[in-house]
Design a binder for this molecule. Structure first.
Ligand code: ZN
Length: 150
């Protein structure tokens, strides 16, 4: 259980990022991108990457969705800038476990991403919260087809 004070703080963080998403918009010189849909909720995002070798030099996203999916995309972009491609899957595994309530596999520090620990209490929102991450993975693997959470 998260203590109520922390839960409030997390809610403020999520609200802030959903109202003013960071790294939102087109990306100059982007060389990888993917599109993701969550038909259950209507969330729809594109993720744009600027890769320099194996490193994520920059990342942006565009689209529209609910507060959870938007804030998750926003916080994700802040978390993955500067990472190498190989560093994304272990981070995603840990974030996914946090959001679904599965056992923590350990690994990279989550930092602000801990804000999504409350999502596990709302199974319908898990797809909202993970959409941007699935889309990022698709962009990194060069998927041509849009990803969908269904
Ligand atoms: Zn949603």
């Amino acid at each position: 259980m998260i203590d109520p004070e922390l839960a409030d703080l997390y809610q403020d963080l999520i609200r802030d990022h959903s109202k003013s998403p960071r790294n939102f918009g087109k990306l100059e010189g982007c060389n990888a991108e993917a599109e993701g849909y969550n038909p259950l909720c209507g969330d729809h995002f594109s993720v744009f990457l600027k890769l320099e070798g194996d490193k994520i030099a920059d990342v942006r996203f565009e689209g529209a969705g609910c507060a959870i999916s938007t804030s998750s995309a926003s916080l994700m972009t802040q978390s993955v800038i500067g990472l190498s491609k190989d560093e994304v899957p272990p981070l995603f595994d840990r974030v996914h476990a946090l959001m679904t309530g599965h056992d923590d596999p350990g690994g990279p520090e989550l930092g602000k991403l801990e804000a999504f620990s409350g999502v596990q209490n709302f199974p319908m929102r898990v797809k909202c919260a993970t959409l941007a991450w699935h889309t990022l993975k698709a962009a990194l693997s060069g998927a041509a087809e849009p990803v969908t959470t269904e």
